[in-house]
Design a protein around this ligand. Structure first.
Ligand SMILES: [Zn+2]
Length: 180
């Protein structure tokens, strides 16, 4: 549905849902068309503090390690599973919420392990739409994984990385067993 055809109360209801998830102001504005001052006051009402400000991150900031890349890939795979090829043309708030809920079920926040918050999820969805983040099929294991422009790590498969790591670990363990 085009933003212009959203009724005002529908926009506000959607903005409330997004603000509940602590989505930052500019993406809420992009998804609902509601004026930013109104979104900021909704946020303050809900969370008793102002929404965070400053520039939005890009997906490349999540690609700092193979583990983080695997996590972004997990979210991206869920989002693509629910949204299909449409995700490359359109960012649907509904699909985004469903994908992030599913991601949270699989990967709950625990202690210092925070995972991707809803704003992070929006950033990934935005960059999947623009192409700044892309799925690449791994020629070795056959799984699709995500890469991003200007990421810190080389654009290789995170799953093959962990598989190699495991092999090395197992190798070291059996070496020790042999020399014991
Ligand atoms: Zn692979």
């Amino acid at each position: 549905m085009a933003l212009t055809s959203l009724l005002r109360h529908e926009r506000r209801a959607l903005a409330m849902k997004l603000v509940d998830r602590e989505l930052r102001t500019s993406p809420v504005h992009a998804l609902t068309g509601l004026p930013e001052p109104e979104i900021r006051s909704l946020y303050k009402m809900k969370h008793d503090r102002s929404p965070p400000s400053g520039p939005m991150p890009s997906s490349s900031s999540f690609f700092t390690s193979r583990r983080n890349q695997a996590e972004v890939t997990l979210f991206g795979a869920l989002y693509r599973h629910l949204g299909g090829q449409k995700i490359h043309r359109h960012l649907s708030a509904d699909i985004l919420m469903k994908a992030h809920d599913l991601y949270r079920d699989i990967y709950p926040e625990a202690g210092s392990r925070k995972g991707l918050n809803f704003t992070d999820a929006w950033v990934i969805a935005r960059d999947l739409k623009s192409g700044a983040t892309r799925f690449v099929p791994c020629r070795q294991c056959g799984l699709d994984y995500l890469i991003a422009d200007e990421a810190d790590i080389p654009p290789n498969c995170p799953f093959c990385f962990f598989r190699r790591l495991r092999k090395q670990k197992v190798g070291r363990t059996s070496d020790r067993a042999l020399s014991a």
